[in-house]
Design a protein around this ligand. Sequence first.
Ligand SMILES: Cc1ncc(COP(=O)(O)O)c(C=O)c1O
Length: 456
Amino acid sequence: MATPTKIVLDESELPTRWYNLLADLPVPPPPPLHPGTLQPVGPDDLAPLFPMDLIAQEVSTEQYLDIPGAVLDVYKLWRPSPLYRAYRLEKALQTPARIYYKYEGVSPAGSHKPNTAVPQAYYNAQAGVRRLTTETGAGQWGTALAFACAQFGLDCEVWQVRASYDQKPYRRIMIETFGGKVYPSPSDRTEAGRAILAANPDSTGSLGIAISEAVEVAAKAEDTKYALGSVLNHVLLHQTIIGEEALIQLAKVDETPDLIVGCTGGGSNFAGLFFPFLREKLAARMSPVIRAVEPSACPSLTRGVYAYDFGDTVGLTPLMPMYTLGHGFVPPPVHAGGLRYHGDAPMVCGLVKAGLVEARAYKQNETFEAAVRFARSEGIIPAPEPAHAIRAVLEEAEAAKQAGEERTILFGLCGHGNFDLAAYDAYLAGTLEDPEFSEEDMRAALDALPSAPALA
Ligand SMILES: Cc1ncc(COP(=O)(O)O)c(C=O)c1O
């Protein structure tokens, strides 16, 4: 029987547990450190920002964690999400490769972000928190958190990176429609924002700056906590619902992937997709190559150094072991706002360091070229972030064609780009740039890494 175009699961097949890769890693990643004492951070250090349930998940080594019923109920608004066989793309590329994509654009925010926003809002509501603060790059995370807060009766305040606040007014309106408040970052509402603006009144902002602002507000208010849309272990954990579903879906059509591809900003959508497959690989049940893709304008995995660095720009967070371009690095304002982060999730970085995940970087125009090709065959306009993954998939499909080999490729289409049309407009008009970051800025940012133990 031919593989269907859409491999869909029934609601009754929705996985009821998240998968924790930490339980299966031969060597755990180094712990985050307190910047003052350089000792591993403990629950008390994190308590001003996160509720205890999430802190427990952050350090858990249980292999599986049950998803609360109230979270599953909200997930059912869009989950299980479809897995597509990209028949039309394969035909357009005349490739013998079989291409599958797991589509997270069916969620209320249009991306994978609600997979963690919903449990984060839930655990905070359970802990009696009244308000959540956060940052947003592309606007996707802010939208997701505003939606999740509306589900559980919490207030939501979002610092949106200036570049994307200006490029994407519809994201702001969407957040406001869900009941959230949005401030462009850097803003004059925080000490962190005011310091950046004093040094550079035209700052286009960055995720690192916006995180500093949201963390500052949460740390100062008793009834307020902070929610992070990526990077941390508990965020990656929540996203594993993606890969658990994809495993079941591929098994239904008797496939195992030879290659898994995803874009990485902080690493959460890709980790969510590949962690369950890595579990299978570590158990020798399959052996896919796992490939992360990032923008050449913000190449943390391909050009960064593996070192302890702050997660934010100002230096309010613990020191995280990661590939970093330096916490002071401000990437050029490419449209893939969600990929403009100086570091990456420690768990993903540890896997890159260990050689279990490889990484590539692509420029803005070549990713949009791939995205338009995808849109014309598959009928979905990708967000600029997963367009990077599509670029890598096109290359692999071409390599399969040259080699005359059937290869099974799975990639994460983590969001749609229906609110990113200004970027498509620029691409189609031929005015989209391939901004280079300044090597000098990167070196300066790397010279300013905090003093901390070296990572092997
Ligand atoms: C659509 C989309 N994809 C990818 C990302 C990157 O984040 P992560 O690497 O955590 O998935 C973002 C972040 O804002 C996003 O909005």
